[in-house]
Ligand binder design. Sequence first.
Ligand code: ATP
Ligand code: MG
Length: 458
Amino acid sequence: MLTKWLRKILPGKPEAAATYSHKQVLPQNEHGITPEGISYAAEKVVSRLQQAGFEAYVVGGAVRDLLLGVEPKDFDVATNARPEEVRKVFRRSRIIGRRFQIVHVMVGPETIEVTTFRGGSRPARQNEHGRIMQDNSYGSMEQDAARRDFTCNALYYNPARGEITDFHHGVADIRAKRLVMIGDARARYQEDPVRMLRAARFSAKLNMPLEADTEAAIVACRDNLRAVPAARLFDEVQKLFMSGYGQTCFDVLQQHGLFEALFPDAEKTIHYPHAAYAQYAKNMMRIALANTDERIAADKPVTIAFLLAAILWPVYQLQYRGLLKERDNWHSAMHEAIDLVHIAASERVAIPVRLRGMIREIWALQARLEQAARGNIRKMHSVLAHPRFRAAYDFLLVRQGAGEDLADLVELWTALQQDPDTAADVEQYRAEQSEDEESAAAPRKRRSRNSNRRKKRD
Ligand code: ATP
Ligand code: MG
């Protein structure tokens, strides 16, 4: 009550978190990070900015990951220098971003993202749901920390001094393995609903369960994800599923009712009234995600088209079977079903046209794998030569793993892709089989004639 009232009368509402900040400066012997953990480029950017008289720190995920003993994906730098000032220090740099300007500084092959401390004095432009639409106000390091999402992401490391500055008990939360939203979780999710997806992603990646308020507020706010532009949601889906821990992300999203916000139709298939189909649908998604995780771990190429094809396949199958009852042409039913699934899915998550094309090919090839298996060498070879054959074959394996009875088909295509000449053997085998069938049928006829004769003689 009191905080509600205070927020009403005090300006700059979203800054509630700042009031809870509690600055701590931890020396190296307390946090254990050494400057060697920082990339050459990040160290260079920080030291050059400091030499130019600015404050500069490594911030965000890199500090968090180093504390957890995980190799950072990339390095972000925060500074009190304005974007134009950063530009002047580094020849190889450019200002990007509209909602909030940032500077990309190129050092050798690396790009370091440099952000100016964000402030709260000038309220950001918000829409009627509290979502931040535009935000270009600058501030102090403390204000900057209050505007970050989770306590573990609001740590500032100064490699020159070996110190971490922590305003929100981020180091303690990392040690206790809890993911805590800075400030009032509900208000922070309303400002930017994507933070709920980030919560799921970090919880999965870092194996840090959500703290109670951070978790509870999701139930109240998850519908706000509908208002997020579909293109931004696609970017988040990519981060969730293509970072090497997609299967866990999927489970955490499900656990918090967030998968539904991204893929409402796919979510319905997981709860389909026919339990076996519901299980099959869930298996499809989890197996494809597990495959992708394994491929990433093995440094093999991956495409999100394959994953999206698996996530939406159960929806597509229902759609296709429904249309097939109304149409006599399976081919047009297939393409119509694919169109309908893409249109519906893209309302939430904008799947780029190129990827939609790949998904269509993977699905359409499933039918061709079955047809060509009954066809001649030419048909088999034309499927083998299709640029998407490998993905389609892997997809067939996912379907089999999910519970479809495809053993014969899988055996055939496994043999064919290992050695395309097998197609000739298959054809010969078929020819022999039909000869056998014919000759097996012939004596029966003779026998019956004989028996007739016998009958007559009798
Ligand atoms: P990773 O790069 O490993 O996915 P990260 O924490 O570095 O994780 P980024 O998306 O690179 O994530 O963002 C860098 C930092 O910017 C974050 O650590 C966080 O402090 C801040 N940040 C990013 N997105 C948001 C957001 N939507 N709301 C508040 N702060 C954010
Ligand atoms: Mg990062």
